[in-house]
Design a protein. Structure first.
Length: 224
């Protein structure tokens, strides 16, 4: 089991609750083009299909933030959506058991998207209470370190004992739709597969919960 990738490369969304009251600001003359909405996120990573079930489990993660830009349709969110920024603090621990060994692998990294030249990391469309993505999120990367303690470190794909640097290069990641509450202020995402491999065996999934904390009406400059 490559615990470095399972624990961190799995990425970072979750199903935990999020607190916070949203604030908003709108252009007084109604001339803004879009709404930029910031969310606070929590994460849960689900790891399964590991060798002998050594690392299978649910691992709470976060917190993080995401900023989405929605079309302004009569003062409401709607239409095309752009992901402007996403960042998640990966702070969770995988406890694994195999034969007579055990290891605790703690992630201490930050995962984030890489926007294109127009400052956009992904695009989608909001229909009713569901935001569907038109394609994968661009340039998801993770940087930081993992700390392994226990006799399993260095075995079955586990990282070596002690602290190891971890850098997952930018890569596309596909997510399931965001499902909003009727007031469009809270969202969830079902578990989405972000990694599946056979040698060593593992499947990693993530789920999402978020709450709006800021909404600002903005002008959008044209971009080629």
């Amino acid at each position: 089991m490559n615990w470095r990738f399972a624990a961190v490369g799995a990425l970072v969304f979750g199903i935990g609750g999020v607190s916070g009251e949203p604030s908003s600001a709108a252009a007084s003359d109604g001339s803004c083009d879009a709404w930029e909405v910031e969310y606070v996120l929590n994460a849960t990573v689900r790891i399964s299909d590991t060798t002998m079930g050594a690392g299978d489990g649910l691992y709470p993660n976060g917190p993080g933030t995401a900023v989405l830009r929605f079309e302004n349709r009569g003062g409401q969110l709607g239409g095309d959506v752009q992901l402007i920024d996403y960042r998640m603090n990966d702070n969770f621990t995988v406890i694994s058991h195999a034969l007579l060994w055990e290891a605790s692998v703690k992630a201490d990294t930050v995962s984030r998207t890489t926007p294109n030249s127009c400052g956009v990391a992904a695009e989608g469309v909001l229909r009713g209470n569901q935001l569907s993505w038109k394609g994968p999120w661009r340039g998801m990367r993770s940087d930081g370190s993992v700390i392994c303690n226990g006799g399993l470190c260095g075995k079955f794909g586990a990282p070596p004992a002690g602290r190891s640097e971890l850098h997952v290069p930018p890569h596309p990641v596909s997510f399931l739709p965001f499902k909003y509450a009727t007031d469009l202020k809270t969202l969830t995402m079902d578990y989405s597969v972000v990694s599946r491999q056979s040698s060593p065996s593992q499947t990693s999934r993530i789920a999402l919960a978020g709450r709006e904390v800021r909404r600002t009406c903005v002008r959008v400059r044209p971009c080629p």
